[in-house]
Design a protein around this ligand. Structure first.
Ligand code: SF4
Length: 302
């Protein structure tokens, strides 16, 4: 069923033609979802047939389908939960390019991954901070990782026991418990659920996702991260949420950047321009502002 306030724009979307759905554009090997081993697995057997903007039930699903034509169609899950938690903490407030080497150095020094929590609990703070220094905020991140490792051992007894809990536990309960650990916010908890738990229906909201879906007019302009997540998880089928997360990040890097979205100089430069409300983007003046600060068109008309 199409959400009423999305119907008009969805009609606009259906008039566009997408790129070759069979095109392969490999996921960057530095994406947080997969690290240097590559992200996710080919989802074509599961959901490819339904990656069709023409049959999407909501505008958000249609956008995700269109991203599927533009980038890749992957399914996620199956990674080790604690390693994923550490990886996501390292990625906070930095790029994957910076956090990936820090992750690799940490695993090399404190692995194997099934003993990671026990090794990290015993790691001297300065040594751990130095090991992950490339990821930035290394003192703070070392403390968060120490805290998470202690929590895992106290609550679950071992790294594999925690990994099994993330994989098999009730996703809402896993999320709630993760959020109770200082240094673990909603995005980190959702990334662990998505990439380690393989829980369908989890659409982590990072800065790109938060910006883009409010700019497009899919989420309310003043929605916080949780508000955007609720809209997306309600509007996008569970099997496509993880894919939507990673592909939207790529789209945010390539086209809809924070300060200079592609449409600013050339409306034709953005492949999703036909479905975007450009909230807070003003090509006529070259200005960009956060959607929450954008002028309400109804007020402007008064
Ligand atoms: S049209 Fe502009 S604001 Fe909208 S998605 Fe494309 S680049 Fe972003």
């Amino acid at each position: 069923m199409v959400e009423p306030y999305l119907t008009l724009t969805l009609e606009r979307f259906r008039m566009s033609d997408g790129s070759d759905p069979n095109a392969t554009d490999p996921e960057p090997d530095v994406n947080i979802s997969g690290g240097s081993a590559g992200g996710g697995v080919d989802a074509s057997f599961d959901v490819h047939a339904s990656f069709d903007p023409e049959t999407a039930g909501t505008l958000a699903e249609a956008v995700v389908d269109r991203l599927g034509e533009l980038y890749w169609q992957k399914a996620y899950g199956g990674r080790d939960g604690f390693e994923c938690l550490v990886r996501t903490i390292l990625s906070q407030n930095t790029s994957d390019v910076a956090s990936q080497p820090a992750h690799d150095a940490l695993v090399e020094r404190y692995g194997p991954t099934e003993e990671l929590a026990a090794s990290l609990v015993d790691a001297p703070h300065d040594e751990l901070a130095e090991t992950i220094s490339g990821a930035g905020l290394y003192n703070q991140k070392a403390e968060s990782i120490h805290r998470a490792a202690s929590w895992v051992l106290e609550e679950f007894g071992s790294t594999p026991a925690f990994d099994a809990y993330v994989r098999d536990g009730d996703p809402d309960e896993v999320r709630e418990r993760l959020l109770g650990v200082k240094g673990v916010g909603p995005k980190t908890a959702d990334c662990v659920l998505l990439f380690a738990g393989g829980q369908g229906g989890v659409f982590p909201v990072d800065t790109h996702v938060h910006r883009i879906y409010r700019r497009m007019g899919i989420a309310p302009p003043d929605a916080d991260h949780e508000g955007v997540r609720e809209v997306l998880e309600r509007s996008v089928p569970a099997a496509k949420c993880g894919f939507g997360h990673t592909a939207t990040i790529q789209f945010g890097r390539e086209y809809c950047t924070a300060r200079k979205p592609a449409c600013l100089d050339d409306p034709e430069a953005c492949p999703l321009a036909d479905v975007c409300d450009q909230v807070g983007v003003y090509p006529e003046t070259g200005e960009v502002e956060d959607p929450s600060e954008a002028t309400d068109p109804s007020e402007a008309a008064d």
